[in-house]
Ligand binder design. Structure first.
Ligand code: PEP
Ligand code: MG
Length: 328
């Protein structure tokens, strides 16, 4: 199976009817880079930076972060690397939370995490932004903010980034002046208002792990409600669709970096919705590429997108089966 997939490694990712798709990888730890370059990814669509902050007493200094980010862009041979600013809190807790003033909260997923935490720890956030900017002198880096829910957060984050750029200018430090910035769409409110965000970013990226958690009100780490976790829930599909439409309207690329992007059951459906940039666990890349390259979008069932209106889960599964039926 693996060896039959390996022939896809050097092939371009393109549907049979000629639509070119970008396949990117998610990275969680520095050692993932080797797997990623071996899997033929076109870049990193989600570089999670939480590992730098975990299991230690003090947050990492600028130089340590610079070294980590520089290693990854250089290791990727100038392919783009999208670095997400620290998404700590909730399921990504810092050991003991000793360097953050964390209190015990009942709903950490709804609490001070991701961009919210970044903005309440401006010194720590700026250290990261400076390190990312400086690393952008060594390769193609994009900056992505997690869990954006309001325009105010986006503008505050942009503002801090601009301040860091001015500082670096004064210090005579190099960075990419065109560095692109993007917002993760992983809160239902942000998907509904994706047009609002699209106007102010260079790209959007859908985080389905959190988007599904928040849309369906199921804790992603609570096994007792696992059975409700359903990417095919019409609300989830409509929010994804809205985000993709907003991107098309404002000519802003939209990627997907949640688990759904690397799940072969949803590849064709996502293609039919118009997703062009998939970012996933490196182990999933070749299988997803095979599906894309064997798909002819013009031959998918005419009612493919009606799955967004299907209220019954069994009916949705049946339609998905038709969508995924082999094309001869
Ligand atoms: C997501 O929420 O889908 C996502 C990609 O981010 P994380 O899983 O790191 O929260
Ligand atoms: Mg997330």
């Amino acid at each position: 199976h693996i060896s039959s997939l390996s022939r896809y490694k050097s092939q371009p990712t393109r549907t049979r009817d000629g639509k070119t798709i970008t396949l990117l990888a998610n990275a969680e730890l520095p050692e993932d880079i080797t797997t990623i370059s071996n899997a033929g990814a076109q870049g990193i669509g989600l570089y999670r930076t939480e590992f730098l902050y975990m299991n230690r007493l003090a947050p990492p200094e600028e130089e340590e972060q610079l070294a980590a980010y520089r290693d990854v862009v250089e290791g990727m041979n100038n392919q783009p690397v999208t670095i997400r600013t620290f998404d700590l809190g909730a399921d990504k807790t810092v050991d003991g939370g000793r360097h953050l003033t964390q209190t015990v909260v009942t709903n950490p997923a709804l609490g001070l995490r991701a961009i919210r935490l970044c903005l309440t720890q401006p010194a720590m956030f700026r250290t990261q932004l400076r390190a990312i900017l400086r690393a952008s002198a060594y390769g193609k880096i994009k900056i992505m903010f997690p869990m954006i829910s309001t325009m105010h957060e986006l503008l505050q984050a942009r503002n801090l980034l601009e301040q860091c750029k001015l500082e670096l200018d004064k210090e005579g430090m190099e960075y990419d002046r065109q560095v692109e910035i993007g917002a993760m769409i992983e809160i239902p409110a942000s998907a509904v208002c994706a047009e609002m965000f699209a106007r102010h970013v260079d790209f959007l990226s859908i985080g389905t792990n959190d988007l599904i958690q928040y849309t369906l009100a199921i804790d992603r780490i609570d096994d007792t409600v696992n059975y409700l976790y359903d990417p095919l829930h019409p609300a989830v599909l409509r929010l994804i669709h809205m985000t993709l439409e907003a991107g098309r309207k404002f000519n802003v690329p939209v990627s997907m970096c949640g688990e759904m992007a690397g799940d072969p059951r949803y590849t064709r459906l996502l293609l039919a919705m118009g997703l062009e940039h998939f970012s996933m666990h490196p182990n999933a890349l070749l299988e997803i590429k095979q599906i894309i390259n064997e798909t002819d979008l013009s031959l998918l069932p005419a009612n493919t997108l009606s799955i967004m209106e299907v209220s019954d889960a069994l009916e949705a599964d049946m339609l998905l089966e038709q969508i995924n039926a082999p094309i001869i």
